[in-house]
Design a protein around this ligand. Structure first.
Ligand SMILES: Nc1nc2c(c(=O)[nH]1)N[C@H]1C(S)=C(S)[C@@H](COP(=O)(O)OP(=O)(O)OC[C@H]3O[C@@H](n4cnc5c(=O)[nH]c(N)nc54)[C@H](O)[C@@H]3O)O[C@H]1N2
Ligand SMILES: Nc1nc2c(c(=O)[nH]1)N[C@H]1C(S)=C(S)[C@@H](COP(=O)(O)OP(=O)(O)OC[C@H]3O[C@@H](n4cnc5c(=O)[nH]c(N)nc54)[C@H](O)[C@@H]3O)O[C@H]1N2
Ligand SMILES: [Mo]
Length: 767
């Protein structure tokens, strides 16, 4: 099963590999943001646009979900409250380049299918609704009304509403997300897969079981107040650069940082803050006090080992290590957890983690001494087969020492997309809980289906098996973001209709169903004017703060509709004008949507008033607010009791993780520079430890095919350049989405069904 690499991906001749950096941001960061801005938008627009980024009167950064400082917490926003990669995200959206009807007339589908994600994204903003008719070679313009009529007709023609699949990516605003799930449920299905299924689903599943709420329990102020921050499976220097300022601020007050990662990521080692002079010209500040270079998937074993030590130290000096009051009063199942962890097999810990026992003891000692610990994590934990138990072990450590629901302490799954958490709050989930569905039914007087819908992996299976026939996406790039590229592309191509509401051209537009539509939409940065006047939208950040976002730029084209308008007009085409949901009014004035959100979504009472507060408001969170765990099975915080497990590769094989370079936003490739890792002008690289290269008899710089081994056979991604790199032994890394072809569809996390994109068994074959 070889995947032919689009021509532009094969960058073998230009690739340059230099020395990896041990620090992040600083002057080059500022320079890169401005350069990318100028290239895409010109100087004037760059300054006008960046000035409003993450400001109260401006728009929320379309990059990551890291929160902004809140005045109500006594914190202040800087004049430039953004990072290099946020500026790149904005430049991508606010670009002056356009993809209009002439573009589609010159480029056939076959032509576009041969281009890389990078090339497709660089062409600019989509300007007109386009249709690819059955059997046609080119997209052609279509009117909005005809596009809605066509979609409605195909949807109505299905034998069963469950044959339609409605995907969401996490940039969608709360208002659009609420309307989208309402439309989908009015239509009669819960098939609402979203990017979260591939992202923090494992965190949601683990935390719901442990603390009773599938979200984190800290605010930005808690990070600033912590005396110990553990950063696990996360590369903040690239993916959440503003988090580095928070770490730096905590460190200035004496906090320690522990990093757990197979890679010595630049941003974890040293940080030069571009927002102050010392950061721009000086050496910057060291970040991680302790760097645990763990093997891929060894984290569960590490946390059990730390738990084992904490228990032993408590035995030796009772009352000094554990928070016994908290354990007795607020938790459940401590005894079973303790029994499991006391019986730990240390030889297994050695094999799983590759860490020295002295280092594990040192780190456990830091945790034992800390009075306020925050645990942060991202994809390095969530995208493993045993992701859910691994994250429960993080929660176990927090519970042992009562590090939840008090200032400066707690659990912090660091979210990806800027509104992925808000979309969930608004009902984008294939298995929303009963109270939400019942409230929706009562509010609108429509029957709401109760049968659980399909998530991402199950949607692909349904399309593959002919059970999924219409695929509709609000945002995202399903074809490139999902696992098992070849299988998924075949699944998408077997659909009767694929529809994408998008800002920019991407691969999902050329991996199309028999008929395909592209519906171009406004981005975050753009002014949204409706019949009722100028509108704003709302979003929720990684720490449950909900606030307004107002675009100020002139839209990329006069033909664009907002996501809200697209959904309202589609709903009218689908349900007619007599529907109990007032779609026309919702499109006219988004306050009308927010009034309904206030009545349906828990914690959103008086939504319209509260999102108009300067900092918005923070959603209720019982574990954080009052140390209550009302959402768990027992009403107490639950210790998770888990077997020790970890992935292994076997003789002559490596464990491969797929990750982001410094110059991309998921499937949107900004450029070909992974500056911090020393890779320039190319992306088809595989990072391998030099000692493993020696063992495998492969030379640094050689060209290899990556062959992934799975029960149903091999998958192959061709022609990757080997880069000798100081990753943990037995582990390798390659970029997402180029390496997605290697992730088997059925290799998923238990419970969360998240593709195991961080532990793929591969062998390297000379190309
Ligand atoms: N600029 C930019 N910002 C982004 C994104 C982007 O693409 N570009 N994407 C956004 C999204 S949607 C998300 S979800 C986040 C992703 O943010 P991250 O999770 O930081 O993203 P990844 O690049 O997948 O990096 C995974 C990190 O975990 C480490 N890791 C991998 N496997 C393991 C493991 O088994 N154990 C441990 N301890 N560590 C491991 C890797 O070495 C790497 O440092 O970023 C968001 N922000
Ligand atoms: N192998 C591997 N696979 C992974 C991952 C991994 O680490 N490894 N990470 C996973 C993760 S964490 C995630 S979150 C998913 C991401 O999956 P997705 O969210 O599906 O992918 P993105 O690349 O973020 O989507 C980019 C597209 O969104 C559209 N877009 C951008 N802004 C807007 C907007 O404002 N409105 C609309 N309607 N469209 C917009 C543009 O057309 C752009 O091309 O990928 C997952 N896939
Ligand atoms: Mo994500």
């Amino acid at each position: 099963m070889a995947r032919h690499a689009p021509e532009h991906d094969v960058d073998e001749n230009r690739l340059e590999v230099g020395k990896p950096k041990d620090w992040a941001a600083g002057l080059p960061g500022v320079a890169v943001s401005l350069r990318r801005g100028f290239e895409q938008m010109g100087a004037g627009r760059t300054v006008r646009t960046l000035r409003l980024l993450n400001q109260r009167e401006g728009y929320d950064c379309p990059g990551c979900a890291w929160p902004e400082p809140r005045e109500s917490d006594g914190e202040h926003r800087k004049l430039a409250e953004f990072c290099e990669n946020g500026a790149k995200a904005v430049a991508e959206e606010a670009t002056k380049r356009r993809v209009g009807p002439e573009f589609f007339a010159t480029h056939s589908i076959a032509d576009l299918a041969d281009k890389s994600d990078y090339w497709l994204g660089q062409q600019g903003r989509l300007t007109r609704p386009m249709v690819l008719r059955d059997g046609a070679t080119h997209y052609e313009p279509i009117s909005w009304d005809d596009a809605f009529a066509l979609t409605a007709e195909k949807l109505r023609g299905l034998a069963d509403a469950n044959e339609a699949i409605f995907y969401t990516s996490g940039r969608t605003s709360n208002e659009a997300a609420f309307l989208y799930q309402l439309l989908v449920r009015s239509f009669g299905t819960n098939n609402l897969p979203d990017c979260s299924n591939m992202c923090h689903e494992s965190s949601g599943a683990a935390l719901s079981a442990s603390t009773g709420i599938g979200k984190g329990t800290v605010s930005l102020a808690d990070i600033h107040e912590a005396d110990l921050i553990v950063v696990i499976g996360q590369n903040p220097g690239t993916n959440h650069p503003r988090m580095l300022s928070a770490l730096e601020q905590a460190k200035a007050k004496g906090a320690k940082v522990i990093a757990v990662n197979p890679l010595p990521e630049a941003g974890l080692l040293r940080f030069k803050n571009p927002q102050n002079v010392r950061g721009v010209v000086g050496k910057g500040s060291p970040l991680a006090d302790e760097f645990c270079q763990i093997r891929l998937g060894g984290d569960l074993a590490l946390f059990q080992a730390i738990g084992n030590l904490l228990l032993r130290w408590e035995d030796a000096a009772p009352g000094t290590v554990l928070d016994t009051g908290f354990i007795e009063n607020s938790t459940y199942d401590f005894a079973d957890y303790a029994k499991q962890v006391r019986a730990l097999d240390w030889a297994e810990v050695d094999r799983a983690t590759g860490l020295a026992r002295e280092q594990i003891a040192k780190v456990a000692g830091m945790i034992a001494e800390s009075k306020r610990t925050v645990y942060c994590w991202a994809m390095g934990l969530t995208q493993h087969k045993h992701a859910v138990p691994t994250i429960q072990e993080v929660a176990n450590l927090a519970l042992l020492r009562g590090m939840i629901g008090k200032p400066g302490a707690g659990l912090c799954p660091v979210r990806g997309h800027s509104n992925v958490q808000g979309d969930r709050t608004m009902g984008i989930w294939e298995k929303m809980p009963e109270p939400f569905l019942a409230a929706l039914e009562t509010e609108f007087g429509i029957p709401v289906p109760r049968e659980h819908g399909l998530d991402v992996v199950d949607s692909i299976r349904a399309m593959r098996d002919g059970r999924g026939k219409v695929f509709f996406a609000v945002g995202g790039n399903f074809a490139s973001a999902t696992p098992d590229t070849e299988l998924t592309e075949r699944a998408l191509r077997s659909c009767e209709l694929t529809v994408h509401v998008s800002t920019k051209l991407n691969r999902s537009h050329v991996v199309h169903g028999r008929t395909a539509l592209i519906l171009p939409t406004l981005g975050r940065t753009e002014r949204d004017v409706q019949a009722g006047g100028e509108q704003f939208v709302t979003v929720e950040d990684s720490m449950s703060a909900v606030h307004a976002s107002r675009g100020r730029l002139t839209p990329a084209s006069e033909h664009l509709l907002s996501e809200v308008a697209i959904l309202c007009r589609l709903a009218r085409a689908l349900f007619g004008e007599e529907h109990p949901v007032p779609w026309r009014e919702f499109e006219r004035d988004y306050d009308a949507i927010r009034e309904r959100i206030a009545r349906v979504v828990p914690g959103c009472e008086d939504y319209n008033e509260r999102v108009r507060e300067p900092d918005g408001f923070v959603l209720p969170n019982p574990p954080r607010d009052s140390r209550e765990f009302t959402g768990t099975l027992t009403g107490r915080a639950m210790f998770g009791v888990n077997e020790l497990e970890y992935p292994t590769a076997g003789e002559g094989r490596l464990l491969l993780q797929t990750l982001r370079s410094h110059d991309q936003y998921n499937t949107t490739i900004y450029g070909l520079s992974d500056r911090y890792r020393g890779v320039e002008d190319g992306r088809r690289v595989v990072f391998v430890n030099p000692a493993d290269l020696t063992d495998l008899g492969i030379a640094d710089g050689e060209l290899v095919d990556l062959v992934s081994e799975w029960t149903d056979g091999d998958r192959r991604a061709e022609r990757f350049r080997v880069v000798g790199y100081p990753t943990a032994r037995g582990c390798a890394a390659a970029y997402f989405p180029e390496a997605n072809a290697l992730v088997p569809l059925d290799s998923v996390a238990r419970t969360s069904n998240t593709p195991a994109s961080k532990a793929i068994v591969v062998r390297l074959e000379p190309a």
